[in-house]
Structure formats: structure tokens, C-alpha cells
Design a protein around this ligand. Structure first.
Ligand code: DGY
Length: 425
């Protein structure tokens, strides 16, 4: 696909991707590489559906929450139907749930999506659905604060690189190097039969991914055991900022529903925002970043997750200024913002998954954060770059920030959704 398509044709192409990836109440990110329902993909896809089928948008989120566990946990994959084209499938996770699910979660964007569905679209007829979804969202957020913030600093501790959604970010290299991979055994990856290996995580990354899954499975997916002794425990700047934003959005929904007790509970989580900001500010990097809570060491990488400070509304005049200076420096090095890793980092690889490529969804979050903070020039730049990447290259998983070449799968649901809801508007 090239920029020869008109805006109307682009919109139609985006809608066709969502319709083609719709499996009846839920949408697969891409039919070959990711043939199940993924948590944050699905929530963001709802924003795309909302531009032409609002009922279907609400259903996407409702279907996801059908897989919620009794303790509030919301899994990162729901295996509504098995598919041999993906590894690790339901038998590897062995969560013992119906429907089968994975045992880890993903960035909590759902409350922010639901708030947008409520605020920006027709409300008549949706209040009852909001009232049903709200306690489920609240339970998930409560689960994060109970199990994923053991130090009570208002951060989200990721228990697996896959939980962060930014699977092979350089941030995880240090913490994951402590994971014992000696008993992982033989396994057959499926991602590299669909995509070029050079765009995917390495074999060592996968060994670590599986060793952590094996730990969780051996614990019976006991969230307290995982909180206390998982081999990988990292306060993720991305998930933390996303949860902060989601808590603000959940608070707004609590007000819509007049739920004063929920308002107080959510406000107590939001009050921790400045503590989280201090904990995640990396003095030696001079940027926000993730931190290994086992060693206490900052991860030492400036990623697209670092720029979510504005989205999380963690405001600090001096740090804000420094983050904008980073944006300025990086924009002088890449054709398209926002690369998933600082191009000045020696680990930068412009085609390898979360070690360089630009992701439309992360741009949407970063761009929304810039806009909320009043940095309209940066908001416009990030949106324009996203529009150009999609218009010239197609609806791909990610893009090379230097050349705009596609990286990862094509016909990607959340890229199409972001076009419809934001970049192409
Ligand atoms: C994958 O398999 O690459 C996914 O990102 C895991 O969630």
C-alpha cells in the first residue's frame, strides 16, 4: 500500500482490516502471528470500531472482561479457540481457566478506552453497559495495587517482559539476565515461521520468557507467590504511566456513576503519582525509566515508554523540560517519531520489535499526553509522523523510524484502529 490511497480509501482499508480480523465479539491483532484476543490490543481496537460501530466497540471490551479471574486479574491473552500457529499456546500456560488464558496481564488501557467511548460517542443506551463494566475495571485496577505494587509506591511491577507489551525492550536485558534458563528445555517458536527473525526477539529472550512462564505455572499462577518471588520483577515506566492515566479515567467514570466509595479508593491510588514519578526518574540517565525492584537498579534505557510521563500526568517542571529536550534530540536523528529505543543507545536496532521501531499505538498515547500537557507542537508532530508512516507504508505492526520500512506483521488491527480514531482524522 502507498500514499496513492485517498483519505477515504485509507479509512475504508482500516475498517476492512478490523472487520477481517473480527472473530465474533473479539478481534485478533493479526490472523497469522497473533490468532487470539490480546488484552491491550483489544481495548485499543475498540477505539477504531467506535468510529463506525459503537455497539461493536463496547462488545470488544465486554468480551475481554469475560475472561477476568475472580481476584480481578485480567489476562494478556484469551484463547477463545486454539490455533497451532502460535507459541506458547494454552497448554503451555496451563492456567486451568475457562476460557483458557495466559497467566500474566498487560498495560491497563481499558478504563481509558471506556472513558473515551463514553465521553466522545453517543451515551444513550450505554449507561447500563458502563455500570456493568465499571466494577470489573475497578477490580482489575485494585488487583494491580494489591499484587503489582508491593512497595506501595504507585508503580506497576511487571512480572514478565510480555506484560509490559514492549517485549524485548532494552530495559529488560539487565533484570532478565538473572533468570535461570538452564531448565527451559526444547520448544518450537512459531513467530519466526511467520516473520523474519531479524524483526523478532532473540532465542535468549525467548528462553527467559519461557523460564518465567514456567515459574508462574509451577506456582499455580498464585499471584501472591509471584509478587513475592518471581524471578523477574521490574517497575515498568510504561505500565505505571498507563495505570495512572487509567485511574484518572476510572475516577471520571466513578463520578458519572455516582460511586463515592470508588472515587475515594481511586483517588488514594492517584495520590501516589508523585512518589511513582520520583522512583522512576533515573538520575544517571536523566530521564524517566523502568527500575528492577529486586536489585533496586534503574534499567538505564530511554524508550518510548519514558515519554509517557505526560500521558500519566506526572508533572515536574524540570524533568518535563529535560524530557522535551530528549524529544528534540531524538527527532533530529530519526525521520519519524517516536522510536521505541533512543537511537543514541548502542542497543538501538531500527527493525527489531521494541528495540527501535515506531509503534502507532504508543505514539497515540504519547501524542495524547503531549496534548494534555499543552505541548501542542509535539502532539502534532507525533500525530503527523504516525499518519505519514501508515499512509506511505500500510497498516503494519511497527515501522523503522529511519526509513519508514514496515516491521512485523501486516493488516494489523490496532494500527488500523489508531488510524481511524486518531492519526487519520
Ligand atoms: C508475542 O508472542 O510476541 C506477544 O507479544 C506476547 O504477548
Amino acid at each position: 500500500m502507498t500514499s496513492t490511497l485517498s483519505p477515504a480509501q485509507m479509512g475504508e482499508a482500516a475498517r476492512q482490516i478490523l472487520i477481517g480480523n473480527d472473530r465474533g465479539g473479539y478481534t485478533v491483532p493479526n490472523g497469522r502471528v497473533y490468532p487470539f484476543q490480546w488484552n491491550w490490543d483489544s481495548a485499543l481496537v475498540a477505539l477504531g470500531f467506535a468510529t463506525f460501530d459503537l455497539d461493536r466497540a463496547w462488545r470488544e471490551v465486554e468480551t475481554l472482561f469475560k475472561a477476568q479471574w475472580p481476584d480481578g486479574f485480567l489476562p494478556h491473552i484469551v484463547f477463545w479457540q486454539d490455533d497451532a500457529g502460535y507459541f506458547p499456546g494454552p497448554s503451555v500456560w496451563a492456567s486451568g481457566r475457562t476460557p483458557p488464558t495466559s497467566g500474566i496481564t498487560q498495560p491497563p488501557v481499558a478504563a481509558s478506552v471506556v472513558r473515551r467511548l463514553w465521553d466522545e460517542h453517543e451515551q444513550a443506551g450505554y449507561r447500563e453497559r458502563l455500570a456493568v463494566l465499571f466494577p470489573k475495571l475497578l477490580a482489575w485496577h485494585r488487583w494491580f495495587h494489591q499484587y503489582r505494587d508491593p512497595q506501595k509506591k504507585g508503580v506497576v511491577v511487571a512480572m514478565h517482559p510480555w506484560e509490559t507489551g514492549r517485549d524485548n525492550s532494552a530495559e529488560w536485558d539487565g533484570p532478565a539476565s538473572a533468570v535461570d534458563v538452564s531448565r527451559v528445555g526444547e520448544y518450537q517458536r512459531r513467530d519466526t515461521s511467520h516473520l523474519d527473525q531479524s524483526m523478532r526477539p532473540t532465542k535468549l529472550d525467548y528462553d527467559r520468557y519461557l523460564a518465567i512462564v514456567q515459574f508462574g505455572r509451577a506456582s499455580g499462577w498464585n499471584h501472591q507467590t509471584i509478587t513475592d518471588s518471581n524471578p523477574f520483577r521490574v517497575a515498568d515506566v510504561g505500565m505505571t504511566m498507563i495505570l495512572l492515566r487509567a485511574n484518572r479515567d476510572l475516577l471520571a467514570l466513578a463520578k458519572v456513576l455516582g460511586d463515592a466509595a470508588a472515587e475515594r479508593e481511586i483517588q488514594s491510588w492517584l495520590d501516589l503519582g508523585p512518589v511513582a514519578g520520583d522512583y522512576l526518574w533515573d538520575e544517571s540517565l536523566q530521564a524517566y525509566g523502568s527500575r528492577d525492584i529486586i536489585t533496586g537498579k534503574p534499567c538505564g534505557a530511554l524508550t518510548s515508554g519514558s515519554f509517557l510521563n505526560f500521558y500519566g500526568d506526572v508533572r515536574h517542571a524540570e524533568r518535563d523540560r529535560i524530557m522535551l529536550a530528549h524529544a528534540e534530540r531524538i527527532s533530529g536523528k530519526v525521520g519519524h517519531m517516536v522510536p521505541s529505543l533512543d537511537p543514541d543507545d548502542p542497543r538501538f536496532e531500527p527493525m527489531r520489535y521494541w528495540r527501535g521501531p515506531v509503534w502507532a499505538v504508543v505514539n497515540f498515547l504519547i501524542g495524547s499526553g503531549f496534548a494534555m500537557a499543552g505541548h501542542d507542537d509535539w502532539a502534532a508532530r507525533v500525530r503527523r509522523d504516525t499518519r505519514e508512516l501508515i499512509a506511505t507504508t500500510g497498516f503494519h505492526e511497527a515501522y523503522n523510524p529511519l526509513t519508514a520500512a514496515p516491521s512485523g506483521g501486516d493488516d494489523f488491527s490496532w494500527t488500523a484502529a489508531i488510524w481511524l480514531a486518531w492519526a487519520g482524522r
